[in-house]
Design a binder for this molecule. Structure first.
Ligand SMILES: [Zn+2]
Length: 335
């Protein structure tokens, strides 16, 4: 509990001003979420100390010791949970096809989990977007044999220095082997392991590099970080995300699935469906409306947070890393 209080105090300082809008802890909230999902809890005192050294260290420390859990989804598709964002794996004679790469320090756990899915080599990796907790494993997976496929902006972000002001962090260019070599602007299709894999760009959403990945025959969709199941999402304005982009992506997701579709969120309980997706979309729209109304009334960001525009949703959605105040600030920035 003590470490929880430590972190909360830290957040409060960040909330009131002198720091950039997103605290250092928020350096990459989806990474933190992934690490927390795997460890199922708040920071230990040792981890709180690690935070002082920098959030990258914290995330690596957490991911390094987190277990990776395998979920069998449908046909030859499985899901690996515990290394950053949720990772989907398509297996078969063409080799293993991964959707997202997780965090590189999870390599031992991921290697074991992947071996448990069969003896085929790893041949393909798709990044749903450029964030660290989805692409940090690119380099080792490429070295293991994966061709990396992504949207144009993912390659761009991974290839250049990215100063993310709100995270107070400079992302250096990734190693050559980690850069996607097969890129596309709006749509792309792969035929692998008897499966049609359709990749589709959302336009600006959680970032400006997000794609959905649809396994057509199995009727499984990976929505990347446009969908956080049962938890408030992080939105990365620094590389093109926005609340309106998140809502547009949710509409696209809903239009693309049926009640039978298995929907994989970037974070949160990994096996989801259309009904839960609809709930997420309705939450986003309602909070946007409430926050927008407060901003129109001339309330400052902190006044908007104090008015608790997320109150009716907090019991369900506010129990994770992006807490109600944080989510309110993210929405406020975009309305
Ligand atoms: Zn993300």
């Amino acid at each position: 509990m003590e470490s929880q209080h430590t972190i909360r105090r830290y957040d409060e300082r960040a909330a009131y001003g002198q720091r950039p809008m997103i605290s250092r802890r928020g350096f990459c909230l989806c990474c933190v979420a992934g690490a927390f999902a795997a460890t199922n809890g708040w920071l230990t005192p040792r981890e709180a100390y690690a935070e002082a050294r920098g959030i990258v260290s914290l995330i690596k420390d957490s991911a390094a010791s987190s277990p990776v859990v395998t979920h069998k989804l449908r046909d030859n598709i499985s899901l690996l949970e515990g290394s950053g964002g949720n990772i989907a794996v398509l297996t078969g004679p063409d080799g293993k096809v991964l959707i997202d790469a997780g965090i590189s320090v999870s390599r031992p756990q991921l290697t074991r989990a992947l071996a448990g899915l069969g003896t085929e080599p790893i041949t393909h990796l798709v990044n749903t977007h450029w964030h660290f907790d989805h692409a940090d494993g690119n380099e080792w997976l490429h070295a293991a044999g994966a061709k990396i496929i992504a949207q144009d902006n993912t390659r761009k972000h991974l290839s250049e220095i990215r100063r993310v002001e709100d995270w107070d962090y400079n992302f250096l260019p990734s190693a050559a082997g980690a850069i996607p070599t097969e890129v596309f602007a709006t749509d792309h299709q792969l035929k692998l392991n008897g499966s049609t894999v359709r990749l589709k760009y959302y336009g600006p959403a959680h970032t400006n590099s997000d794609i959905s990945v649809t396994f057509e025959e199995a009727d499984v969709v990976h929505a990347g970080d446009t969908y956080w199941n049962g938890i408030y999402p992080f939105i990365d304005y620094s590389t093109g995300g926005s609340i309106d982009g998140m809502i547009a992506a949710s509409d696209a997701n809903l239009a693309a699935v049926t009640d039978k579709t298995i929907v994989i969120p970037g974070h949160g309980q990994p096996v989801s469906n259309k009904a839960e997706l609809r709930e997420f979309r309705e939450m986003l729209v309602a909070v946007r409306e409430n926050v927008s109304e407060l901003k129109k009334q001339g309330r400052s960001r902190d006044e908007a947070v104090a008015a608790r525009p997320t109150a009716t949703f907090d019991a369900k959605w506010g129990q994770f890393v992006v807490d109600p105040g944080y989510f309110t600030r993210l929405v406020y920035q975009g309305v």
